[in-house]
Design a protein around this ligand. Structure first.
Ligand code: ATP
Length: 261
């Protein structure tokens, strides 16, 4: 179980960005973390993977535990060895290296399992195997996203943290990425999926959380999100209007609707 309890994160000593966030990722699950730009989703992932320091961020309150043990004071490499790997937004691959070299970089925390993990990654992504000697910078956006996911899997994680894997991809590729996440999860890896594409994320997640300005404002089973018309239309932006609005506006809308009826 990966657990975040009452987490507070500050950037540059002054900017409070996470304000008491709690979230649970049970083993075997796919959990979706949704919310608009700037809500704090990436910050939460950084707190889980130990990468806040790189961005002048710091945990000032709360805890992150993995199977009951605190991990929020560990270095990123120790967290990866503990079984938590993050795929950063924007597919940060090493553009000058080949596909296979990029994958081998991902294995540095688990060198003994590199061969088995490489087999698994090539099994999941036959296209990466085909292109294993290609220079990564020349791959398409979709292929680079697969490479970024593959590289994180090279550490043999129990928990995979994905930051907007569908960003900027055409619908057919989004569907492919979604199917891959399902398969990765089926093979035994737990997934925390940060997405702005709520439809995609909720279609495969068991549970969803919504963040707004550094707080979790809603959490429930994914099916309940999709079944609630108000949330669909006014919050997740999946309704006829198509525009995502804030939780406050949803509440306001509900109040107004009650008043009018
Ligand atoms: P996005 O999808 O745009 O990445 P997000 O929900 O992931 O949004 P974060 O990237 O976590 O949100 O950003 C949350 C807030 O923290 C924003 O106001 C952002 O400007 C601020 N922030 C993020 N990184 C830093 C940093 N390194 N230094 C200072 N402020 C930051």
């Amino acid at each position: 179980m990966l657990e975040v309890r009452n987490l507070e994160v500050v950037y540059d000593d002054v900017m409070l960005v996470l304000r008491g966030v709690s979230l649970t990722v049970p083993p075997g699950a796919i959990v979706a973390l949704l919310g608009a730009n700037g809500a704090g989703k990436t910050t939460l992932l950084r707190a889980l993977s130990g990468l806040l320091g790189v961005h002048d961020g710091e945990i000032t309150k709360g805890s992150v535990t993995l199977a009951g043990r605190p991990i929020h004071h560990l270095r990123p490499a120790q967290i990866v060895r503990g079984g938590v790997s993050q795929v950063m937004e924007g597919r940060r691959i090493l553009a000058e290296l080949t596909v296979e070299e990029n994958l081998r970089v991902g294995a540095h925390t688990a060198p003994g399992e590199a061969a088995a993990n490489l087999d698994r990654v090539y099994g999941l992504f036959p296209l990466l195997k085909e292109r294993r000697r290609a220079v990564s910078g020349y791959l398409s956006g979709g292929e680079q996203q697969m490479l970024a996911v593959g590289r994180a899997l090279m550490a043999g994680p129990s928990y995979l943290l994905l930051d907007e894997p569908s960003l900027g991809l055409a619908p057919a590729l989004v569907a492919q990425i979604r199917d891959l996440i399902v398969e990765i999860n089926r093979q035994g890896t737990t997934v925390l999926l940060v997405e702005q594409n709520a439809t995609m994320a909720l279609s495969i997640a068991g549970h969803g959380y919504v963040m707004e300005t550094g707080k979790i404002v809603m959490d429930k089973p994914a099916a309940e999100f999709l079944a609630d018309e108000d949330i669909r239309e006014f919050y997740l932006g999946l309704g006829a209007e198509g525009a995502a609005k804030s939780f406050r506006e949803v509440k306001h809308y509900k109040r107004r609707k009650r008043w009018l009826s």
